[in-house]
Design a protein around this ligand. Structure first.
Ligand SMILES: NC(=O)c1ccc[n+]([C@@H]2O[C@H](COP(=O)([O-])OP(=O)(O)OC[C@H]3O[C@@H](n4cnc5c(N)ncnc54)[C@H](O)[C@@H]3O)[C@@H](O)[C@H]2O)c1
Length: 268
């Protein structure tokens, strides 16, 4: 069996969050596998840096600044996609921040902002990609969810968990509506993949790293680049019968049901 089924030559990918972390790793992976890529991020310096780093591959790489919680900005982004590329074969819906707050205290403005980032923004990206892919009769979408899509985490994750739960139902509904017309929709559920916010949390609370490690049967935190193989699989024909799937990317955390904590829980 050859590796042609993983080849993305001639395909166009849109990846959000492409300045950093898993979005950057996903964009890099699909470009390395042959795709032209529209890199999307709110961080102009970062997304342009990713474009420069990928230039040596010789693909068409375009960096665009877009806040994926801003619907008007998303409209403009997809106009640029049409202008620069004229099609889309893969959407990696990665960007979008949460915010922490106790359920009894968190403001409704904060809750609305998290839902806007993680649910409305991600859905609007899916809608734009889906319309184009349905016309083409083919496409693949990956939404990034979380351990918090499946399990409660405690520790102030109420708005994040509510939103990430919605991301998996969005994924299943879209898969159910679109798969027979050639558009596959799946979710990747990461857990404890190192990023700058987690580094800060470890600096501020030395216990948190050990807490996370207790939930990771694999024995270590994940690195963003470890999403690369899964990204190529999901973007390519190698995953042609996978749709509506929720794929853990978490060192065994969900299998162990290990992500959460509650007030008063013993430390070890
Ligand atoms: N790291 C983890 O363990 C983990 C676990 C579960 C889910 N996630 C989710 O995965 C996604 C990516 O996380 P990461 O760890 O790669 O983070 P990261 O901080 O390394 O990268 C996130 C990127 O998204 C960009 N971004 C943030 N808000 C944006 C917006 N509104 N519009 C456009 N770009 C925006 C940032 O500038 C940054 O480049 C996030 O939605 C996060 O909640 C991460």
């Amino acid at each position: 069996m050859g590796l042609e089924m993983f080849d993305l030559t001639g395909r166009v990918a849109v990846v959000s969050g492409a300045a950093s972390g898993m979005g950057k790793a996903m964009a890099t992976a699909v470009a390395e596998a042959g795709a032209d890529v529209l890199l999307v991020d709110i961080d102009q310096g970062g997304v342009e840096r990713t474009a420069r780093e990928l230039a040596y591959l010789g693909r068409k790489i375009v960096a665009e600044v877009c806040d994926v919680s801003d619907l008007a900005a998303i409209d403009q982004l997809w106009e640029k996609l049409d202008k620069h590329f004229g099609r889309v074969d893969f959407l990696g819906n990665v960007a979008g921040n949460g915010a922490l707050g106790k359920p009894e205290e968190i403001s409704m403005d904060t809750v609305k902002q998290v839902v806007q980032n993680l649910v409305i923004g991600r859905f609007y990206m899916c809608q734009h990609a889906g319309k184009r892919m349905l016309k083409q009769g083919k496409g693949s979408i990956v939404n990034i969810g979380s351990l918090a899509s499946m399990n409660a985490l405690g520790r102030g994750h109420i708005a994040y968990s509510m939103s990430m739960g919605a991301v998996i139902q969005m994924t299943r509904e879209l898969s159910t509506e679109w798969s027979s017309r050639g558009v596959r929709v799946n979710a990747i559920l990461p857990g404890q993949i190192m990023n700058p916010q987690m580094e800060k949390r470890i600096e501020n609370d030395p216990d948190i790293e050990n807490f996370w490690l207790r939930g990771l049967p694999i024995g270590r935190l994940g690195q963003p680049d470890e999403i690369k193989g899964l990204s190529v699989l999901m973007a390519s024909d190698a995953s042609s019968f996978i749709t509506g799937a929720l794929i853990p990317f978490d060192g065994g955390n969900l299998a162990k049901n290990a992500g959460g904590s509650h007030p008063g829980m013993p430390k070890s």
